[in-house]
Write a protein that binds this ligand. Structure first.
Ligand code: GLC
Length: 561
């Protein structure tokens, strides 16, 4: 069996995981020292967010050298030791490759600035003359994901205002030109550099963004994301919305991944990929995981689904159906370093449709953190019972909430400044992990260290790994039990599900052999149908059960049948 079809992967965000040297920033020796947390939890692999040298304009997603380690995080020797330790413990290691852009401090970009218009150095990026008189206007109407135009004008070496370069993210992240064969060769060499050091695979950053429309046309009114419902309405035969958008999810990305797959398959122990592709339509997402392309792709449709039984079931069905057509497993995810923590999303009244949720919008809604935690636990138990693999973001296993009240001066996400403070940004889910003790830094850093790079809340003592390990009803204990059962129970992981009839407000499915999952998504306790649990026993409950006939509000149970 291919391990990745069922794998549970734990996302480590290195800045915030564990700080060994007391500078308030997590590092590789810190990760090494905490690998036992991952084996105790029972995951199969870890994915480490970028650890390369970086000016940190976008927390490491602005890479200045793809073949080395950020000095604040450690050295290549630390990386080798970390991979070796993980392998010894039976954990696989995935890295994060950022192929859409480099840092503006990368040697290539510096060479491009120095070499001037028309040079081969500039042809590795997207340099264009501006529009309007004197080239004062950006070459097209594309916008940066973090706000403002996606173009910045450079000053040429003679001191005059010159060409513009494309950056779909910060100006410190110039987009690479994937039509240039040199870019393709270089990135495949980078893959080999790390595969040769023993890493087991890569998460691909912005996997849907590498190909740009020929001629870089204006976007105009082209919508993004495309509403998922359209697809259902249009049916499977309608001509796909190919190349609708000038820089997202274009058909030309797939040839790149076919070539990457050949690199991965050239190693005796096959290496794997997971795509970060924000493509809302499962049918389009499935194209990334065709048999000769990537192995898996995050299912952000699930992450973007409100706590609502009908919407959840529709998402699950759509996902499984689309992926079954290409023979790929689903990859479920509820959290990562870019989105509001699930506890805090679920603590609010739920929207009536799918969509990305932003912190500043949530702050206007009433908040019930107790409900949020119950739902987050129930959602995690649902996720881990579904067919396929799943990702857990560090701290999710502790039920950490979003830190919603970071002082403006503490915010580090470029989104905050670049949107003129319209968006609060993603720092609230990136706050360092509490390990032990009753006050910050909760064992994140050694005694006497500098303050953590983002401040931790004063009330996290009972959410530390140490505190939750000692509490059988904690979220950590729930995750540990769920992952232990996942390893033991033959029905879990890759496979299929069969929906069972269940009362309104609930979801129920069975998996062979001998497993069923019941989820009460509603706000009140639901009587289970007579006989529903006859001859079965509860293996796991995301919240305490009062009787064996009723499923409490916002609760998932696993039963052996
Ligand atoms: C991905 C990363 C995000 C980063 C962006 C640009 O979406 O997950 O953190 O800001 O790419 O690299």
């Amino acid at each position: 069996m291919d391990w990745w079809r069922s794998a549970v992967v734990y996302q480590v965000y290195p800045r915030s995981f564990a700080d060994s040297d007391g500078d308030g920033i997590g590092d590789l020796p810190g990760i090494r020292s905490r690998l036992d947390h991952l084996t105790d939890l029972g995951v199969d692999a870890l994915w480490i967010s970028p650890w390369y040298p970086s000016p940190m304009r976008d927390a490491g997603y602005d890479v200045s050298d793809f073949r080395d380690i950020e000095p604040a995080f450690g050295t290549l020797a630390d990386a080798d030791a970390l991979v070796a330790d993980a392998h010894r413990l039976g954990l696989r290691v995935l890295l994060d490759i950022v192929p859409n852009h480099t840092s503006d401090q990368h040697r290539w970009f510096q060479e491009a600035l120095a070499a001037g218009p028309g040079s081969t150095e500039r042809a590795r990026y997207w340099f264009r003359d501006g529009r309007g008189r004197g080239g004062e206007e950006p070459p097209n109407d594309w916008v940066s994901q973090f706000g403002g135009p996606a173009w910045t004008r450079v000053t040429e070496t003679d001191g005059r205002p010159g060409q513009w370069y494309l950056h779909l993210y910060t100006p410190g992240q110039p987009d690479l030109n994937w039509e240039n064969p040199e870019v393709r060769t270089e990135m495949e060499d980078v893959l080999r550099f790390w595969f040769d050091r023993g890493v087991d695979g890569f998460r691909i950053d912005v996997a849907h963004g590498l190909a740009k429309a020929p001629g870089l046309p204006d976007r105009g009114g082209t919508p993004w994301p495309l509403p998922p419902d359209d697809e259902a309405a249009a049916g499977p035969d309608r001509r796909a919305d190919d190349d609708l958008h000038p820089h997202w999810d274009r058909d030309a990305v797939h040839e790149i991944y076919r070539s990457w797959r050949r690199v991965a398959d050239s190693y005796p122990q096959r290496r794997v990929f997971v795509a970060e592709a924000w493509v809302d339509r499962p049918r389009r997402l499935a194209r990334y995981v065709r048999h000769d392309e990537l192995h898996t792709a995050f299912n952000f449709d699930f992450l973007n689904t409100p706590w609502d039984d009908r919407l959840l079931r529709a998402t699950i069905d759509r996902t499984i159906a689309a992926l079954a057509e290409v023979g790929a497993p689903a990859t479920w995810v509820l959290e990562n370093h870019d989105v509001v923590r699930s506890v805090s999303r679920f603590a609010r009244p739920q929207p009536d449709r799918h969509g990305r949720v932003w912190l500043e919008d949530l702050l206007e809604l009433p908040c019930d953190p107790v409900v949020g935690l119950r739902r987050a636990r129930a959602a995690a138990a649902l996720m881990l019972a579904l067919p396929g693999g799943a990702y857990i973001f560090q701290g999710q296993e502790l039920g950490l909430p979003e830190v919603e009240d970071l002082a403006p001066s503490a915010r580090r996400d470029p989104m905050w400044e670049q949107t003129g403070h319209a968006r609060l940004g993603r720092d609230g889910c990136r706050v360092p992990v509490p390990w032990s003790g009753d006050r910050p830094p909760y064992g994140f850093s050694p005694p006497g260290a500098a303050d953590p790079w983002l401040p931790q809340p004063a009330d996290w003592a009972d959410r530390s790994v140490e505190a939750e390990s000692a509490d059988p009803s904690s979220t950590l204990s729930l995750f540990r039990s769920a992952l232990r059962l996942r390893r033991e129970h033959p029905a879990l992981g890759d496979g299929t599900l069969t929906w069972l009839a269940s009362p309104e407000g609930t979801l129920a499915f069975s998996r062979a052999p001998g497993f069923a999952c019941w989820v009460n998504v509603s706000a009140t306790s639901v009587e289970l149908p007579a006989g529903a649990l006859d001859d079965s026993r509860v293996l796991l409950a995301s919240s305490p059960l009062d009787t064996d006939r009723a499923l409490p509000a916002d609760t998932t149970i696993w039963v052996g049948t």
